[in-house]
Design a binder for this molecule. Structure first.
Ligand code: SAM
Length: 198
């Protein structure tokens, strides 16, 4: 028995505790893609408290599974509790550690790869996503416009490195001829890439 009614409580907890979980607009946009794809396998980089993985798990095909990677052990604990509460333990596998250490060991193909972790590492995460993503599948990256800073002249010294890295990430993705990519200005900016050739 699945208890998706807990999602509202998990979202409320995330918002109240300033945990950067997926925004409603972005979730709606991604959900429309997932509804169409009906994925068997989803890979997520950046679990936090499991909110997006739990939302996405509603659109999995029968016997589908999500692998999601999280570096902070407290968040892993909270994610596991939430997944248990919803009753989705057989649908979501949480992998604890730095995604850059874990990704090289993954060999399965994924219908959808969702990148939602350290902004300065998107280029590296994306290299793995290209390797692991199925032809015809999607790679989706969140926060690529980083509160509007990526497309404006203004960025504080503190964020300059991440902003510059996101700019080079966007250029790299849009130049990749194996992908049909779209930069969508909703939420904190979504990069949606369809893998057309491999
Ligand atoms: N996807 C989640 C959601 O919408 O519910 C939100 C993820 S939050 C934006 C980013 C998460 O990525 C944080 O919990 C952070 O600890 C984790 N993270 C950051 N760098 C990471 C890395 N190198 N490997 C794995 N997780 C990382």
């Amino acid at each position: 028995m699945l208890h998706y009614e807990y999602l509202e409580t998990i979202k409320k907890y995330g918002r109240e505790n300033k945990i950067p979980i997926l925004l409603d607009d972005s979730l709606e946009y991604i959900s429309n893609i997932l509804r169409e794809v009906k994925p068997r396998r989803i890979l997520e980089v950046g679990t936090a408290i499991g909110y997006s993985a739990l939302c996405f798990s509603q659109y999995l095909a029968e016997n589908g599974r999500i692998d999601t990677i999280e570096i902070e052990s407290l968040r892993v604990e909270q994610a596991l509790e939430n997944i248990e509460k919803v009753g989705a333990t057989d649908r979501i596998r949480v992998l604890e550690g730095d995604a850059l250490d874990i990704l090289p060991y993954l060999t399965e193909e994924y219908d959808v790869v969702f990148i939602d972790a350290a902004k300065g590492k998107y280029n590296e995460f994306f290299e793995h996503a290209l390797r692991l993503g199925k032809k015809g599948g999607y790679i989706i990256a969140d926060n690529v416009l980083y509160k509007g800073m990526v497309m404006s002249d203004y960025n504080k010294h503190k964020q300059r490195t991440a902003v510059n890295k996101l700019r080079s990430f966007i250029d790299m993705v849009l130049e990749n001829k194996n992908l049909e990519s779209q930069l969508v200005d909703i939420g904190d900016g979504l990069m949606i890439c369809k893998i057309v050739t491999k």
